[in-house]
Every structure is written in C-alpha cells, then in structure tokens.
Write a protein that binds this ligand. Structure first.
Ligand code: DGJ
Length: 748
C-alpha cells in the first residue's frame, strides 16, 4: 500500500520507493502539508512546526484565545485559498455571486482506489502501477466542493496531482485562480532551475538561487511557449548531476501556465503551479465541475540525472499513449530542402535518393494544400494543391510506398489564413476582437478551438485526409501565439475561459484523431519547440525540438530539453550546411551524432550531396539503427553543460541494466594545444568488464593520431570502475567541430 491514513493523528502518508509525502488534518479540518522528501516512514512530522508567535500573522477566529500560536500564514498548507489569513501565493481564488473572495477548505472524507485517475477532457498519466487518493474538501460558505487527487506511482517515485472544483451550492461562483498544486517546503534554501528561450533557441537552462521574493515562470501566449517551458526544478544549492535533493514539477498542460515560487518572511518556500491566472476567469454555475490540469511531482536525493531518468521513464511508460514511435525508422522531411517550392517530381526525387540510403519515411511538409505558395495564404483549406501535386496525394503516396517507404504529411489544424476559403466562409471561427483588425502572426489567425463546431469541422477534415490516403505520420504544427482572445460563440461572462477552452479543444481533436488512427505516428511542433510539454506528449510521442537545426546550437537546446523530457520525444534532423539558421558549417558526421540524440532524420536535398557524403549518410543510418534501442530507452547522462567553460560537450547513454553504453563528445570550441579531453563514464557496473565495440571519429582531419587511437582502442577491455572513476583520456580531436562516438559492451 503506497497510501496510508493514520486515523489517530489524521495523517496521510504517500510512499514511493525513495520518497515520502505527508499531510495532516488539523482539529478544524484544514489540510496541512507536513513533508515531502527522502523516505522517512509513516510517523507524523507535525512536530516540525512548533507553535510560534509571528506578530502580524492572522489567527483563525476559533483560536482567538491562543493568539499568534497557530496561523494559516506560517504553517505549510496543502491547498491554500486566498483572502483567509495566508498571505503567501494562493492555490485558488474564488468569488461568490456578491463578489466576495475567500476560500477556506474543510476536510469531508477521503477514498483510495487502485489504478490511475482520469481527468475529463484533459491529458493524464495512466497505468495500473498507481494508487489514487481522493481527498474531499469543502468550503461550506461557498458551497464549493474541492477534490484533491493524488496518483502515487510507488515504483516510479512519481506523485501526480490534480484538483476538481464542484459548485454544490445554489449561486454561481467564479474561479479567479485554480492551480493544480501547491508545494510548501518550510525549510532549506533552494535553487530554481528553469528553461527559458525564444524561437529557434528553446529551453536554455538557467539556475538561480531563490531569495525573499516571488519568482514566476509562466506563459500567457496561449501555448506553453518557446519562452518559458512549464517544467521547473527546485534543488539544494549543492546539488549536482549526481548528488543532492531535487524536486521536479511538470505540468501536463500546453496552454497558459504559471509556476510561482515564493520565499516568505519566515524563509519558507512555496511553489504553486497550474493554469496562469492572468486572462483566466471561470464561471462555475451550480452543479458544474471544473478540472485543473495534472502536474507530475518527483523527488530524488540523488541529483539531477536521477531526476531526469525518472521523468524520462515515466513519460515513455505512463504518459505517452500507444507504440507508434517505438521504431528505429529514419525519416526525411522536405522543409529545409524545398520550403514552399516543390512539385511531385521534386518530392519523389528526394524520396528516391533517401530510400536508396535506408531512409524509411518521406514527410511532405508545409505547402501541399490550398493556395499555399507562401506563408500568407491557404491555411484552413485542407485540400490538395493540384498545381504542385497534379494527380493529388494518392499517386504520390503510392509511388513512395513502392520505394518501400512510408509517407507522412504536415498539417496546422488550429490556424487559418485571412486569404483562405475557410476564413471567407467562417470569419467568426477565428479569434478576433469585435470592432478591431486582428493582430497577425506569420500572416495568420488562430481558429477558435473553444468552439465545439470548429473542433468537429477539423475532426471531419482530418479524418477524411487520413482515411482516404495511406498516411502513416502526421506533423502537427502551430505557428503563432494567441492575441485578440475573444470567442464569438461565448457570452461576455465566459470570455475568461477562452484560453483554457481553446487548449481543451486541441486535446479533444488530438484525442479523436490519435484514437481513430492509432497506427499513425503523430509528431508535435509549434514553430519548432514552442509547445514542448507533457500535455502534448500525452497524445504525441515526439515533438520537433527546434527550428534551429545547427548541430552546435542544438547541443544547448537538447541539453535543456533533456532535464525533463526523454530523448525518444526529441525531434532532431541532419540539415544542410551552411546551416539555414546560423550560416555555420559543421561536419556531416557531427551533425549525425547530434541528431542521433533524438528521433533522427534528415531535412535536406540528398541529391545535392557528393558521393562521399552519401556513403557517410548510409553508414550513419545503419549506425543509428544499431544504437536506436539504447538511445531511446537508455539512461541519459549529461557530462558537461554546453554553456559552460569546457571546449567540448559530452553526453552518454547507458542501458538501464548497465550492459552497454554509448559516449558522445563534440568539440565546440576547437583550440590550439587544448587541455587533455578527459571523460568519466556513468551508469556502468563497476565490477564488470567492458569491451570497446567501436570508436567512430567524425570531422577529424585525416592522417592525425586520433585515427590510430580510434583503431587501436576497438576491442580493448576496461572494468566499469576504471571507466567511471579513472575515466578515459581522448586524443586531440583536430578539426572544425569534430566529434566521437564510443560504444562499449559488457564482456567476459
Ligand atoms: C514551422 C516548423 O517548425 C517547421 O519545421 C516547418 O514545418 C514550418 N513551420 C512550415 O511552415
């Protein structure tokens, strides 16, 4: 039993393999948070919070006589409401029909059941290896029922949370804020790790010390955004990749999100995470229920790598649905090869060359539909552009299938161009403010996905596309953020619901299509990685990581992404050089090494490559396919921070049973007379013997000693202890951004 309730002390204790989470009811029925951290057993930890007078901290009316010794302002709270004596960031803020704001939750009952809970209309983790605790709370004055849900994945060290608000009274209520979880950490000082960025430079890791203020990581763009990924980490200041207390907080949500972290006057840290309160206002009529998104919490005392491994496994096993991306298939996408300028012959030429090298799927990107020769028109008109594809899609797909390749296609369901038949027919289907010209983004408008009729229309449209054509992959793009947020279908008092209803509409469409077409591999995308989050990953097992395909820039993007998200989810392609985003030239071999730490594909015109390059591509594909299982399911280790001072960047995969491992090193700042490049392996069995299966150099100038080293080291044996503790020193990798991959395997 991972969930225990001790009636004598009214204490709930949630156990995972390595962590304990504890709450306790106070005599008035408030739910206090007592502890979350390394396993400590079942005993109540209430004694951690001695009675103390905090001066201006308010008292419950019932406790007027014991002034100052028991205040909601200083005790750790499980789900605090606003305006009732706790001045820290609230988890929820509710107003009644008179506009009186105040929420105070009192315990009613609880229940425990086997298995994971589901959330209506929202993505949530699944699986039988979970136990669910539902604690029923109530504000008797508002007549508001609040159910706190906890999913405990004991073996995976993961605790999920979500909240259900039900109006059990007779007057309408308004939710001004409804977070998914609050986490009070009353002791200790913490670093905040967050992943900020911008288009083509997503998820840059930033670590800062928390101080006496409130830090906010959030998005009000209608998407989880390029700018602030919803995943954050709190860790002790001494924490490293291999050591230290770390808490991960991962909202399963793709819309406006917000995580506030406050350090209060007492030195206590509070984290509140969920839907962004700005632009949010939900009318809850009698009998209605509002469900918050889920959040995934994980604690480890073993450092950042261990935290990442937990999230990687959990997302693969218990969040993503289906098995559609569990192959070593390599795809080619025509976007950077042709942009909008292609016809069926051009696409076939690319496919033909790719097939001859071992590529398994041709993906036709933007421009195949409507009047779409630039990005200024055509979105919404999901019928084939027969000027480019004269016979339609079917004959092209057939020819590609005849090459032994699968066929995939790009769509951008949520958008509409002003210059499109769809917009001309349904101008009210776009988000626009009455009486104003809408603000544009990439010359397009956002469809109002809060409208069921729009979602139904899109369902029919893409069901038709997928039923009538042999399509085995969909790239689901979304290329602008939301402005002019107003739904022409909702009354004034519900306009604060549009952002959230929008993303619920997206989830409905995703749910319908992925359920109807389970064999189709769906890849998410939002101008690259502008919606790279656990909400999308519940439906789409992979997401295009960034529009920046420069292999050296990708190192820091993929590094940041790896803290929360598994490599199997990271869309990564080899593209042409000079690179289209940076103008930089990186050797083809090194481009391959970097893209292999993702879903691996190509995005260039292979017909423009030399014979030597084509033969390298062929070997690259074969190599990726032999490593694919290890890359996709192995434990991922970050060896350096690409933004740090090292002249090289390294990362590694190790099979969970320690049987094999793959080292990757890229020289990012080629230096004259560099210091020795010394690596220490991770995740091996110290007592086992490992053989170097192969060491492959990429981009190292010919005739240099490194090549002799690579030949000589193959077949050599080392103990796991040697490789991990003494490490290995590599020869100088001389060249423009050279790299090396070393595969080792357990031997006798
Ligand atoms: C943005 C995506 O990130 C690109 O890969 C490409 O699909 C373009 N959109 C097409 O418009």
């Amino acid at each position: 039993m991972s969930i225990r309730f001790e009636a004598k002390t009214s204490t709930f204790t949630l156990h995972t393999q390595h962590s304990t989470y504890q709450m306790q009811l106070d005599p008035m029925g408030h739910l206090l948070h007592l502890y979350y951290g390394r396993s400590v057993g079942d005993a109540s930890n209430f004694d951690l919070y001695p009675a103390a007078d905090h001066g201006f901290s308010p008292d419950y009316h019932e406790l007027e006589n014991v002034r100052g010794s028991y205040s909601p302002d200083v005790l750790p709270q499980e789900y605090p409401g606003a305006n009732r004596g706790d001045f820290r960031v609230p988890a929820a803020d509710v107003a009644d029909a008179q506009g009186a704001r105040g929420l105070e939750l009192i315990y009613q009952s609880h229940s425990v059941h086997a298995g994971a809970y589901t959330l209506e209309g929202l993505p949530a983790s699944h699986g039988d290896d979970c136990e669910t605790l539902a604690i029923q709370m109530r504000d008797p004055v508002l007549g508001l029922g609040v159910q706190l849900l906890y999913g405990v994945y004991e073996q995976q060290d993961m605790i999920t949370r979500a909240v259900l608000f039900t109006n059990e009274g007779s007057q309408p209520l308004t939710l001004e804020k409804a977070a998914s979880a609050c986490l009070d950490l009353p002791f200790g000082s913490w670093d905040l790790i967050q992943f900020h960025g911008r288009h083509a430079m997503e998820r840059q890791m930033e670590r800062t010390r928390l101080d006496h203020d409130t830090r906010r990581v959030g998005s009000v763009r209608g998407a989880s955004s390029h700018h602030h990924n919803p995943f954050v980490i709190l860790c002790e200041p001494a924490a490293t990749e291999d050591y230290g207390s770390c808490y991960g907080v991962m909202p399963v949500y793709s819309g406006n999100h917000c995580t506030d972290v406050e350090v209060d006057f007492n030195g206590s840290t509070r984290l509140v995470t969920g839907i962004h309160p700005d632009g949010f206002r939900w009318l809850l009529n009698p009998g209605e229920t509002f469900t918050t998104p889920q959040v995934l919490l994980c604690y480890t005392h073993e450092g950042l790598s261990d935290l990442s491994h937990h999230y990687h496994r959990f997302i693969r096993q218990s969040l993503c649905r289906g098995t559609a991306n569990q192959t070593s298939q390599v795809l080619i996408n025509n976007w950077e090869a042709t942009y909008f300028h292609f016809d069926q012959d051009k696409i076939y030429d690319i496919a033909q060359k790719a097939a001859s090298l071992g590529v398994g799927m041709m993906v036709l990107d933007d421009g195949w539909f409507g009047k779409r020769d630039t990005d200024t028109s055509g979105l919404g008109d999901w019928f084939v552009n027969t000027q480019k594809l004269q016979g339609g899609l079917a004959p092209l797909i057939q020819k590609i299938n005849d090459l032994g390749m699968k066929f995939g296609i790009w769509i951008e369901p949520e958008m509409v161009s002003e210059d499109s038949d769809l917009y001309r027919a349904h101008p009210d289907w776009a988000l626009t403010l009455p009486g104003r010209k809408p603000v544009l983004g990439r010359s397009q408008l956002v469809l109002d996905m809060s409208r069921p009729d729009v979602v139904d229309y899109l369902t029919d449209c893409f069901t038709k596309l997928l039923s009538e054509n042999h399509i085995e992959y969909i790239k689901w793009d979304m290329n602008r953020n939301m402005t002019d947020v107003y739904s022409h279908a909702l009354p004034p008092e519900r306009q604060g619901e549009v952002f959230h209803r929008y993303i619920m509409g997206v989830y409905t469409l995703l749910d319908r299509l992925t359920t109807r077409f389970p064999h189709v591999l769906f890849e998410g995308c939002a101008g690259g990685g502008g919606r790279f989050d656990a909400g999308m990953l519940a439906y789409l097992p992979q997401i295009w990581c960034s529009d920046n395909t420069d292999a050296i820039e990708r190192l820091s993007i993929q590094y940041g992404t790896s803290f929360g998200y598994p490599v199997s989810a990271v869309g990564a392609h080899v593209s042409a050089c000079p690179n289209h985003q940076t103008g930089r030239t990186v050797p083809l071999g090194t481009r391959g090494v970097v893209a292999m730490s993702g879903t691996f594909g190509y995005e260039l015109d292979l017909n423009k490559l030399s014979r030597k390059e084509l033969s390298l591509v062929k070997r690259q594909i074969a190599r990726y396919q032999s490593y694919a299982e290890l890359i996709r399911t192995g434990d991922y280790y970050r060896l350096t921070n690409p933004a740090g001072a090292d002249f090289w960047h390294g990362w590694q995969f190790a099979a969970p049973d320690g049987s094999e491992a793959l080292m990757n090193v890229v020289v990012v700042h080629p230096q004259g007379n560099p210091r020795p490049l010394h690596i220490e392996w991770k995740g091996l069995d110290p007592n086992s013997l490992y053989k170097v299966v192969r060491a492959e150099l990429q981009g190292v100038h010919p005739g240099l000693p490194a090549h002799d080293w690579a030949k000589a080291i193959a077949g050599q044996k080392f103990t796991g202890a040697q490789l991990m503790y003494a490490g290995q020193t590599l020869p100088q990798l001389y060249g423009d951004y050279p790299s090396v991959q070393i595969l080792i395997r357990k031997t006798r």
